[in-house]
Design a protein around this ligand. Structure first.
Ligand code: BGC
Length: 753
């Protein structure tokens, strides 16, 4: 097989004008000054081919330390021979991750980074770009404050909170001299079994777009060199969240129209707002691994979306073109495919053959030097933009707010707003004074189920060890309901349990709080055969129900594990989408009534594992055709009742490029203060492509005192009502649209003019 086979979603000749223009030579960057652009060009001219190949390489930090890769000595110590090999001989330009099985604070990171940067400056004279996955706080830096995972952040429907959380993460990373974060993930998760569902902002493209933009603002702000700013990395470009089977990195089949409707707008928006890097989708779409998809990586990303920044591969993905995807018969062919497609930097992880093979390909004339210069220029431009030539490290002593009370408060808020109250029959919650509680279940005394993966390790298995000072649900409830809580695990993820003894304890209490769900996982390790909850949890639950006591079901899980029968037998149901280390406290506050819940579902909670139909389904997908969720997208209860006045349109007609405003008055009819997210949906009544039942178009979160009212105004233009037509163009067709907020509706007529 030749290296050019399987190379793109559409055939576009390698030597086409467009390809040359997009791929070759040193560009100028609109995000740099003229002086900075001249500097980038001079750096590209100065570097040797070997150094350029090194710049395009990113290795795992483990390769610098004593011990075996992924099992380092503790404490981790640099192996100076390895440092010489990676930074001296191979002249690698980028490093990621953290030293395996070692977790250290900012002081130690400062030392680590100083050595790396000094070595790089002494050899190539180009600073290293160091990146990390800090997806819910700086989760590899000891002492950093973690918070809700992205699915929980999405459940908050709170844009300003999202931005603050991201800014906090950027500050923590800078305190450890790390200038680049592999976040936000904006993978619209359309298959809930996908084990990275919780890493995304849920199933809706607008929610992903909006939360992604808020995070981007928090990470990068206006000056990415600032102490509380880092370079963001949009991931995973694109279509990663919808593998057909629900298993990670398994084939996705996405027609181009769908791709443009659900998987490009969030990137287009973030690129427009200044995102400086993207990471490439590790999966395959329509039989083409994205790392070899020149149409997507060059024609679309560069040509259409106008992306000027850096496109980094995902973990080991260039090699995977050879032995996982089998579209390249050897590693050299894999390198050529990915570089031809438009990748700038290869995350080679533990391997170092990429720069060697790349250099050979250029020497053999298989890849033009001008193509390499293009990518190297992008990499240098990013290093310039991040201020790394001027400042390589940041003194942790200057970061007083690291691990502060302010950060802890933000983490608690994220947890409180991530928790979704799904059912509360007979207003069982908040719990009544004096009620005794039997607390049980595998997620009740376990930090992993509250934090998920990317928590002091990739799979999050160290959550309990490193977050020991935080409270599990059990610890938090025992503190909050002093003397009123009896606990037995009942059924466990890992241990044999005495269920009979647990049931005996349960009999003596007034209410049963049963915490079910999942432990932590991510990526392929989190694949499941069945979205249903495991049978041991279900059986145990039924035995508890048989006691006839009121049940509060707490579902702590990174994806909507099916709980239809269970929810029917509970008086109250809460969903905890990995709300982070303060989730125990947050839940205690909600159960006691100290906090009024305000989370809303960022995805559809299915009724059955084979009934996976998202909220924005087609009109034919009514109940009999699949959409009959247990709890719908946007569902979420409060202890207050929020009511809406009629929708007021500034005009019943929208013409051409004008806009109209939609206002609604929201009233808190309850007797306690509460937060509430107002969600505006639209429906295109007739369209040339079968229209969606509803699409989220705008949202805003309010906080209202008891009895208080507030008017919310949204602005809508034709673009907000658009869709991708049969020819793959974004259009808005004239005609009638229904706008909806809760139970209120208004009709808007669009006239193209
Ligand atoms: C994941 C990415 C992550 C990268 C670096 C990969 O396995 O897919 O999301 O950024 O590793 O840790």
């Amino acid at each position: 097989m030749s290296a050019s086979v399987g190379n793109g979603m559409r055939a576009s000749a390698l030597d086409s004008e467009r390809y040359r223009e997009l791929q070759h030579g040193v560009p100028t960057f609109s995000f740099l000054s003229a002086e900075q652009n001249a500097f980038v060009a001079s750096e590209v001219a100065r570097l040797t081919l070997k150094q350029k190949a090194g710049q395009m390489t990113q290795v795992a930090m483990d390769l610098l330390f004593k011990g075996d890769t992924y099992v380092l000595t503790t404490p981790a110590e640099y192996d100076m021979d390895k440092v010489q090999r990676i930074l001296g001989d191979l002249e690698v330009g980028s490093i990621l991750n953290h030293p395996s099985n070692n977790w250290v604070g900012p002081e130690q990171w400062y030392q680590y980074m100083q050595l790396i940067q000094n070595k790089a400056m002494a050899t190539t004279g180009v600073p290293v770009l160091f990146g990390q996955d800090a997806i819910h706080g700086a989760n590899y830096i000891d002492g950093a404050t973690l918070y809700a995972q992205p699915l929980g952040v999405a459940a908050s429907f709170n844009k300003s909170l999202t931005e603050e959380l991201a800014a906090m993460t950027a500050y923590q990373l800078k305190a450890a001299s790390i200038p680049w974060n592999f976040s936000p993930a904006m993978d619209v998760g359309r298959n809930p079994a996908w084990p990275r569902t919780w890493e995304s902002f849920g199933e809706d493209v607008y929610l992903n777009l909006t939360m992604g933009e808020a995070m981007l603002r928090g990470y990068q702000g206006n000056d990415v060199t600032a102490d509380d700013k880092v370079v963001a990395c949009l991931k995973h470009f694109t279509g990663y969240g919808s593998p057909l089977s629900g298993r990670d990195r398994s084939p996705a089949y996405i027609p181009e129209r769908q791709l443009r409707e659900y998987y490009l707008p969030q990137y287009a928006n973030a690129i427009d707002k200044g995102a400086l890097s993207v990471m490439i989708n590790s999966g395959e779409i329509n039989g083409v691994p994205t790392h070899a998809n020149r149409w997507l990586l060059t024609d679309v990303l560069r040509g259409e979306l106008g992306f000027e920044g850096l496109a980094v591969s995902d973990w080991e993905d260039v090699r995977f073109l050879n032995y996982r995807y089998r579209i390249a018969e050897n590693l050299k062919a894999a390198v050529k495919l990915s570089v031809d497609a438009g990748m700038d930097m290869s995350m080679t992880a533990a391997f170092t053959d990429f720069p060697v093979l790349l250099k050979e390909l250029v020497e053999e004339g298989s890849i033009p030097m001008a193509r390499i210069d293009r990518s190297v220029a992008r990499i240098i431009a990013l290093k310039v933009k991040a201020g790394l030539y001027e400042q390589h490290v940041w003194n942790p002593a200057d970061f007083e707010k690291f691990g502060s009370e302010d950060h802890a408060a933000l983490s608690l808020q994220s947890a409180e707003e991530a928790i979704v109250l799904l059912k509360n029959d007979g207003l069982q919650l908040p719990l009544k004074n004096g009620q005794t509680i039997f607390l049980t279940g595998p997620t009740a005394d376990n930090m992993r189920s509250l934090n998920g993966g990317w928590t002091y390790s990739w799979q999050g298995e160290n959550g309990d060890k490193f977050l020991g000072d935080y409270h599990t649900i059990k610890e938090a409830l025992q503190t909050k309901f002093d003397g009123r809580v009896q606990y037995a695990e009942g059924v466990s993820f890992s241990r044999e349990q005495n269920i009979a003894q647990a049931l005996e304890l349960a009999k003596k209490t007034d209410v049963i709080v049963v915490c079910l769900g999942e432990s932590s996982y991510t990526e392929i390790e989190g694949n499941i055969d069945n979205l249903d909850l495991p049978s041991d949890q279900r059986d145990y639950y039924d035995q508890l129900v048989a006691l006839g006591k009121p049940i509060v079901l707490v579902m702590a899980a990174g994806r909507p594990r099916i709980m239809t029968d269970l929810a029917a037998k509970a008086q109250s149901v809460l969903y905890l989408p990995y709300p982070g280390p303060r989730a125990g406290d947050a839940l205690a506050n909600i159960l006691s009534g100290d906090t009024n819940p305000s989370g809303r579902l960022p995805l559809t909670y299915p009724r059955a594992a084979n009934a996976i139909v998202a909220y924005d389904h087609k009109t034919v997908e009514i109940v009999k055709n699949g959409h009959n969720p247990l709890f719908g997208f946007g569902h979420g209860l409060s202890y207050s009742t929020f009511t809406y006045g009629d929708l007021q349109l500034s005009s019943p007609e929208l013409t051409g490029s004008n806009s109209v405003t939609v206002s609604v008055t929201v009233t808190n009819e309850g007797d306690r203060a509460g937060k509430h997210s107002v969600l505006l949906f639209s429906k295109d009544e007739y369209a040339s492509i079968t229209p969606n039942m509803r699409r989220l178009r705008a949202f805003e979160k309010l906080e209202l005192a008891p009895g208080a009212s507030q008017r919310v105004t949204f602005t809508i233009d034709a673009d907000d009502l658009s869709f991708i037509d049969i020819d793959h163009n974004r259009i808005t067709e004239p005609g009638e649209f229904t706008l909806m907020v809760g139970d209120k509706k208004a009709t808007l007529n669009y006239v193209a003019k």
